[in-house]
Design a protein around this ligand. Structure first.
Ligand code: BGC
Length: 480
């Protein structure tokens, strides 16, 4: 049995680590803000620009609209594809600083864009910053957090994502009367400045420092965030783990890490194909179709944003006590049931009165179950389950899949509704949710309370037992 380390009694050290994690979690705020703001801004961008031409060529306005909305996701795919490797190479802290600068520049450029081409380019640049932030935020926090509170600290990132979405809904609401889309998009500069300024004073990840041969610096950082006895123990664990690893990129495809690559990539895809961003992006449209008026549906959307934040707080409080699996599995069961109910509500004729309300409550409960399970647990697990030397790159791979699936679902949702109707679209998401449940039940490991090195050791032991770890041949040779 692994030893579960006791909580450091030193409140000063604990509060320092909370400050570091809270600041780094602002990465999530940038991510969430962008997710929530564009739908609101788009309503007014349409009336500011001629959307029927690009670079002088006539095109359809829905293409231009699609490019404006999904430009950031394209950037995020590129950002997360390079973000993992850059985090391994430049260091976690430095990449957060670079990401904040890029996000700032992108937001400024969107706010002052003189034409639609610049706006699309600025959305793409902004997306690159989001891609960096999505990978490096959870990565940095997981490497700096003591094991007993790592779940809560990394999940602050998801809390920041949901808060960012809610802030964006409120910003949309506040600026909507004047149609001030430039202000809506420009507001993103503020958290980027806070993130940049704050991170200047934060330390680098001890694990990354150690790996770069900077043991003294690694020890200093650990001493600021751990009790003395834990520092020695954790440094020894880091040393042992790193000494047994090689460091080529090919490691990502080695058979012994494959099970975790499957878990990370599988959860990345399931987090999106079970429909969460359909609700985040299209909630007002869905609500209107249940019989709500314009303003009522915008207000109900704010309600969904609030439920998302509140239930994420519940997850942050529970995740280190109950563990990751119980939250993930409960959340998925709840999401599946709610998608079934939503499908039924849209299947029945005459979506008004009681049925409209059932649909609204169903949407809120669906979001609540996502927020206590698949939302935070995905980002947490991918920051925990990979060996140190490939952690950045492997998280990058999972994040790319997450953004690509996000893009796919958001682009195909309206077409899907046209083709099979709303009821069957929800049931399709429900079926995928059931598949996510089976996948998680059989493959996802519990990581609660263990150090990153213990998690890695378990993976190695299982691979040695299964004969997929290179050490197996050494052992076999020794036995001969
Ligand atoms: C997902 C986002 C989603 C958000 C909603 C995150 O975990 O990655 O795509 O918009 O949760 O809260």
């Amino acid at each position: 049995m692994p030893m579960i380390p006791t909580r450091s009694g030193n409140t000063e050290r604990n509060s320092f680590v909370y400050v570091v994690a809270a600041l780094a979690a602002l990465n999530g705020l940038l991510f969430g803000f962008d997710t929530g703001v564009i739908a609101g801004a788009m309503l007014y961008i349409k009336s500011s620009f001629e959307l029927t031409a690009l670079l002088g060529y006539p095109v359809s306005s829905s293409l231009v609209e699609g490019l404006i909305v999904s430009g950031a996701m394209g950037g995020a795919i590129v950002g997360s594809a390079c973000g993992g490797r850059l985090a391994d190479r430049l260091g976690r802290r430095r990449l957060i600083l670079v990401g904040a600068v890029i996000f700032f520049v992108g937001s400024l450029a969107m706010a002052i864009a003189p034409n639609v081409e610049v706006l699309i380019l600025a959305r793409f640049v902004n997306g690159i910053g989001i891609g960096f932030a999505a990978v490096v935020g959870p990565l940095y926090i997981s490497e700096i957090a003591p094991p007993t509170i790592r779940g809560s600290l990394v999940s602050l990132n998801q809390l920041a994502i949901t808060s960012g979405i809610l802030v964006a809904y409120l910003v949309n609401y506040a600026f909507s009367s004047g149609g001030a889309w430039r202000w809506m998009l420009g507001v993103g500069m503020a958290p980027a400045v806070v993130l940049f300024a704050g991170m200047l004073f934060m330390p680098e990840s001890p694990r990354w420092l150690y790996e770069r041969g900077r043991e003294g610096d690694a020890r200093n950082v650990l001493s600021r965030t751990r009790s003395e006895s834990r520092v020695a123990e954790e440094l020894r664990e880091i040393r042992e783990t790193i000494e047994t690893e090689s460091s080529s990129l090919g490691d990502l495809l080695q058979p012994w890490v494959r099970p975790m690559l499957v878990v990370g990539i599988g959860l990345a895809a399931f987090q999106q194909v079970t429909g969460i961003n359909v609700v985040m992006y299209y909630a007002p449209v869905i609500l209107e179709s249940t019989g709500f008026a314009d303003t009522a549906s915008i207000l109900a959307t704010v309600g969904i944003g609030v439920v998302n934040v509140v239930m994420t707080v519940v997850a942050v409080l529970l995740i280190d006590r109950t563990g990751r699996r119980p939250l993930l599995l409960t959340g998925l069961v709840g999401m599946t049931v709610m998608l079934g109910v939503l499908g039924l509500a849209f299947f029945l004729p005459g979506l008004s009165g009681v049925v409209g309300w059932i649909a609204t409550v169903g949407l809120m409960l669906y979001v609540a179950f996502f927020a206590i399970g698949l939302g935070p647990v995905f980002w947490l697990l991918i920051s925990e389950i990979y060996p140190t030397q490939i952690r950045g790159t492997a998280m990058g791979a999972a994040t790319v899949v997450n953004w690509a699936a996000n893009l796919l679902v958001s682009l195909s949702f309206l077409g899907l509704v046209d083709a099979i109707g709303q009821a069957w679209t929800f049931w399709l998401f429900g079926g995928l949710c059931l598949a996510a449940l089976a996948f998680s039940y059989t493959l996802v490991p519990e990581t609660k309370g263990r150090s990153l090195e213990e998690i890695e050791e378990d993976l190695r032991d299982q691979a040695i037992a299964a004969g997929t770890h290179p050490e197996r041949s050494t052992l076999a040779d020794d036995d001969d």
